[in-house]
Design a protein around this ligand. Structure first.
Ligand SMILES: Nc1ncnc2c1ncn2[C@@H]1O[C@H](COP(=O)(O)OP(=O)(O)O)[C@@H](O)[C@H]1O
Ligand SMILES: [Mg+2]
Length: 391
């Protein structure tokens, strides 16, 4: 459709201004020119000044003064798009402080994201080498592992708002309206520096499979395909899914970056427990290893919910921490296979003062078995003398 690759940068900029002007996207022209002013300020100061003058003298219809990109909020003159029928807002807005706490991420993932942020900070350097910063990324992972949270954090770090478009909600509206809503949201987000998150992007594919209105659905995918290709480098387009297998391969290929969010491993679970307990870590800290074991295989958001429940119960005085943990472990033990229950029983024997009777009661493992396995484990760690198996 466009052969931008064969043009130099100035030609590209010129072509872009013309494209927007012909499409009568006046506000987009203004924003783009504002970008040019910033871009050329040092290299072509006269041109920058001239463009700046144009921006100031020509009063836009909306009367909105232009703002510099940066931590300032998006121009208030732009109302958030709403669904025509329900008048409900299509986009959820998050404006977080840049010193917002970072999500718990694996090393590799964190490095990927830090590079993404650094690319923005040093976009000039990239430009000098003919490169653009990452403009789009797709987040893949089970529910509750931090995809939305990470989008919020990224936006905060970049000093721009995050807009979230929930595609499940969009797709549940009548199909014609889905298309309009999607376009309205995308157009809105393109107009100001921001991060746009297309959440649950697989919802489009799901709707597609009941093969009504195939044509309209294809058009929806096409709309997104084009947007991913043409997303302005001032913004960042994110998509999130927990069903990567449902994503159209053509769409999948379009994203600059694929970011995989795994389920937390045991060490991540430990850190999460500490973080979620906050000031109550002192009270529950002695259960940390057992909790980490019992939370194995669960998402961050499940772990957080459970821990909040403990903390509330303790504040209200409805149960002691020991009772809460015991009851919780009991419920988790049910889901474990026999070996899992034995491991849990041994852990409980080693790390708590619970009687073998109670442990047997919680885990359903006989006291004989607990003793046998504890002894075996004790024997295998005998190498470290003076280390008692119970405290
Ligand atoms: N990686 C993480 N680090 C810290 N908290 C997390 C993480 N992932 C999830 N949570 C907790 O669970 C909640 C839901 O996570 P969310 O980002 O909405 O998950 P997803 O979008 O992957 O389904 C978050 O608001 C946060 O409280
Ligand atoms: Mg989410």
């Amino acid at each position: 459709m466009h052969q931008l690759g064969e043009m130099n940068e100035t030609q590209e900029d010129l072509a872009q201004v013309i494209r927007l002007a012909l499409a009568e996207q006046t506000e987009d022209v203004r924003l783009f020119v504002a970008r040019l002013v910033r871009k050329y300020r040092t290299t072509e100061p006269e041109l920058a000044e001239q463009l700046d003058l144009y921006l100031r003298t020509k009063t836009p219809r909306s009367g909105a003064p232009l703002r510099r990109a940066g931590p300032a909020p998006a121009s208030p003159a732009q109302a958030l798009p709403v669904d025509d029928e329900s008048r409900l807002s299509l986009l959820k807005v998050f404006k977080d402080s840049p010193d917002r706490e970072a999500p718990l991420l694996s090393r590799a993932l964190e490095e990927n994201l830090l590079q993404l942020i650094e690319e923005r900070r040093q976009s000039k350097r990239l430009e000098a080498s003919g490169l653009t910063p990452t403009r789009s990324a797709i987040f893949v992972g089970k529910p509750g592992v931090g995809k939305t949270l990470t989008a919020r954090w990224l936006a905060a770090k970049l000093g721009v708002p995050l807009y979230v478009l929930d595609l499940t909600a969009v797709m549940s509206s009548l199909l014609g309206r889905s298309g309009n809503n999607l376009r309205a949201a995308l157009d809105f987000a393109k107009r100001s520096p921001c991060v746009l998150l297309l959440d649950e992007i697989d919802a489009i594919a799901k709707r597609r499979s009941d093969d009504t209105d195939i044509g309209e659905l294809k058009r929806l995918v096409t709309v997104i395909l084009q947007e991913v290709d043409e997303w302005p480098a001032t913004g960042l387009l994110l998509a999130a899914t927990n069903h990567p297998e449902l994503i159209d391969p053509a769409l999948w290929r379009r994203f600059d970056l694929v970011v995989e969010f795994g389920m937390p491993d045991i060490s991540a679970i430990r850190v999460a427990i500490k973080q979620f307990l906050g000031p109550d870590f002192g009270l529950f800290g002695r259960w940390a290893d057992i909790l980490a074991f019992a939370f194995n295989g669960e998402s961050f958001s499940d772990i957080e919910r459970e821990i909040q429940r403990f903390r509330r119960a303790v504040v209200l005085g409805t149960a002691s921490d020991a009772d809460l943990i015991e009851e919780f472990i009991k419920s988790r033990a049910l889901a474990l296979d026999r070996q899992g229950r034995i491991d849990l029983a041994v852990l409980l024997a080693k790390q708590t003062r619970l009687s073998q009777h109670t442990i047997s009661d919680i885990t359903g493992v006989s006291r004989d078995t607990i003793r046998k396995y504890s002894a075996e484990q004790g024997a295998s760690t005998k190498k470290t003398p003076g280390r008692k198996s119970d405290q």
